[in-house]
Design a protein around this ligand. Structure first.
Ligand code: ZN
Length: 169
């Protein structure tokens, strides 16, 4: 991984960062510690808008703590209550776990995403809200690298890992 300490995050740059995400109560919801850093392409909706805004203009080595309200994260809670669906109504090859998401069409034909919010025996609850909707998210971030995006990354609209060469599709 090559980085240039003069580079800062902005449109078309790839940022690499480690993060720990906690909720209002301080419980850890997710963390990149012990994994590869998160790689994202700035300006292409790879990460939530509130966090992208905080990273704008910053370079490798910067540490920050940001509290992102729902409107700049995964949105406010909305829509109908979670619907209960029987497991047999899902394709057999799908792994049904809490947090899994499905792209479906609503009754009026709109594309929407549903998340599995609960699994109990043969029953699965599908929710139109992202699991983190309605939550203020607290991020502890350390930027570990900034580089220009490759042509492939710009074409795909997302980052291809730390060195830009991960092939995933
Ligand atoms: Zn790609």
């Amino acid at each position: 991984m090559s980085t240039d300490s003069e580079l800062v995050l902005g449109h078309g740059m790839v940022g690499l960062f480690h993060y720990t995400l906690t909720d209002d109560g301080g419980a850890v919801l997710d963390s990149s510690v012990g994994r590869e850093p998160m790689a994202y392409l700035h300006g292409f909706h790879n990460i939530i808008p509130g966090l992208e805004k905080q990273l704008e203009g910053k370079g490798a080595g910067v540490q920050l703590r940001a509290s992102i309200p729902p409107a700049e994260a995964y949105g406010e809670l909305q829509g109908p209550e979670a619907q209960r669906v029987h497991r047999r109504d899902f394709p057999k090859d799908i792994d049904i776990v809490v947090g899994a998401s499905f792209d479906v069409k609503s009754k009026d034909g709109r594309a929407m995403t549903l998340w599995v919010s609960k699994v109990e025996g043969a029953w699965v609850w599908l929710d139109a809200n992202h699991p983190l909707a309605g939550k203020t998210l607290h991020f502890d971030v350390k930027i570990v690298g900034v580089r220009g995006a490759t042509d492939d990354e710009k074409r795909h609209g997302h980052a291809h890992g730390p060195d830009g060469h991960h092939h995933h599709h």
